[in-house]
Design a protein around this ligand. Structure first.
Ligand code: AMP
Ligand code: MG
Length: 413
């Protein structure tokens, strides 16, 4: 066994994730105009202010008539289109009516054009219609006061449409999480600068910033800090002053210049400092007051995987969602998969539908500094530790990161 030099126990990933989620209560609510609420989570349910629909409408193109007239010919009185109000009908009368148009007083059903014959100013239904046929009653979608969208719903285009239909202009949603991002490392230059000698470009800054923005956070970039405690502390304090979440990259291992853990301990309370998993063992999580602090490892792959597995659920909780833990999806190995011997391994992979099964292959060598192992990955395949290679076809579990393509598509082009 190698000599342990970190004072932090290795926490199982599931336990660590629970600690993060428990420390991330939903942020306060604010009123936001409908269109700006896309992607935000409702803090209060939206109730229908009125019956929906507010009038009896036809669900088809056809003839509005009275069911009681049976199969007798009806005199055609005219036509009513959507947006018009038709004249009242008497016995033995009918109106041509278009989908969505109000059913005129006196009519109690609509017969589709296909099921009636129109001749010499009269309409003869092929069979006796039934009262209520092809009508959309008042309030059949929503009654006034009924819950249209429950609290905790992330508003997508469909919900925006429901709000519009109900005439709701503003909603109460949770505030967007503010994230301050600090990159650390003496070896780093800004991505657009030219590194010389042993310097390298900061790739985590742009990658993490992109991911955080994509997930709906407001991101403040604190900059690239040298590996000096005063410099990192000053920037961390700036982040703590304004953000709900501070994310740092680098400096959480046991190297001589790894300063983040002691700084987190100085500024707040550490909840874990190591996790029993790959890639990202030294991930560190702390809180300072209400602010969450994540110390991501500097290795680009570890940083991104930790961001997906830990920071994203925290952001979703802060934004007001309830069910935020990543879900495990059953799949099958599409090639032999080699687990890490010592810890559960979350390997970067491509999942595809093949003959009705979700099949997963890794993106190649899984070294945690190999940024390319993330390119094109739409899944993490979760491999329990062991010496035995899983053969192709073995059942595995994956966490999906993006859309899954496959061999059975809707059409082919
Ligand atoms: P650290 O976690 O600071 O020990 O860094 C681990 C490895 O990741 C080292 O090889 C670093 O050079 C590399 N690294 C750290 N930060 C970044 C970054 N922002 N962009 C790219 N590589 C990084
Ligand atoms: Mg470093």
């Amino acid at each position: 066994m190698p000599h342990e030099i970190s004072p932090y126990p290795m926490v199982p990933l599931e336990e660590a994730l629970c600690r993060v989620v428990r420390a991330a209560p939903p942020l306060p609510a604010e009123r936001v105009p409908r269109q700006a609420a896309l992607g935000r989570v409702l803090a209060e349910p939206v109730l229908a202010p009125e019956d929906q629909p507010s009038f009896v409408a036809s669900t088809v193109d056809g003839y509005a008539m009275r069911a009681a007239d049976g199969v007798l010919p009806r005199r055609l009185r005219g036509e009513v289109a959507a947006g018009e109000a038709g004249e009242a009908l008497g016995p033995g009368e009918c109106l041509r009516i278009m989908t969505g148009a109000p059913v005129p007083p006196g009519a109690d059903c609509v017969v589709m054009f296909e099921w009636a014959e129109q001749r010499d100013g009269f309409v003869i239904p092929e069979r006796a219609p039934v009262a209520g046929e092809n009508l959309r009653p008042v309030g059949s979608d929503l009654r006034a006061g009924e819950e249209a969208i429950p609290a905790g719903t992330r508003l997508g285009p469909v919900e925006i449409g429901v709000l519009a239909a109900l005439g709701v202009r503003e909603v109460t949603v949770h505030r967007r999480p503010k994230v301050a991002l600090l990159i650390t490392g003496d070896e780093l230059v800004a991505a657009d600068a030219t590194p010389t000698g042993p310097a390298i470009r900061d790739s985590n800054g742009p990658a993490l910033q992109a991911a955080l923005s994509e997930w709906g956070a407001e991101v403040e970039f604190l900059g690239i800090a040298r590996d000096r405690p005063e410099e990192q502390e000053a920037l961390l304090r700036r982040g703590l002053a304004s953000a709900d979440v501070v994310v740092t990259s680098g400096g959480v291992s046991v190297g001589s210049y790894d300063l983040i853990k002691p700084l987190f301990a100085k500024l707040g309370q550490i909840h874990f400092g190591r996790i029993f998993f790959r890639p990202g063992k030294p991930l560190t999580f702390a809180t300072a007051g209400r602010t969450l602090l994540f110390g991501l490892p500097g290795n680009p792959v570890s940083a991104y995987v930790c961001l997906v597995l830990f920071v994203r659920p925290a952001l979703r909780r802060l934004a007001g969602e309830q069910e935020v833990l990543p879900t495990l999806v059953p799949a099958f190995a599409g090639e032999p998969l080699r687990p890490a011997a010592d810890r559960p391994d979350y390997q970067r992979a491509i999942a595809r539908w093949e003959q009705g099964r979700l099949v997963v292959r890794t993106t190649g060598p899984q070294g945690s500094s190999r940024l390319r192992s993330l390119v094109g990955a739409n899944a993490l395949v979760v491999l329990p530790p062991g010496e035995t290679v899983l053969p192709a076809g073995a059942p595995v579990e994956v966490i999906l990161l993006g859309p899954v393509a496959g061999d059975r598509t809707l059409g082919q082009c």
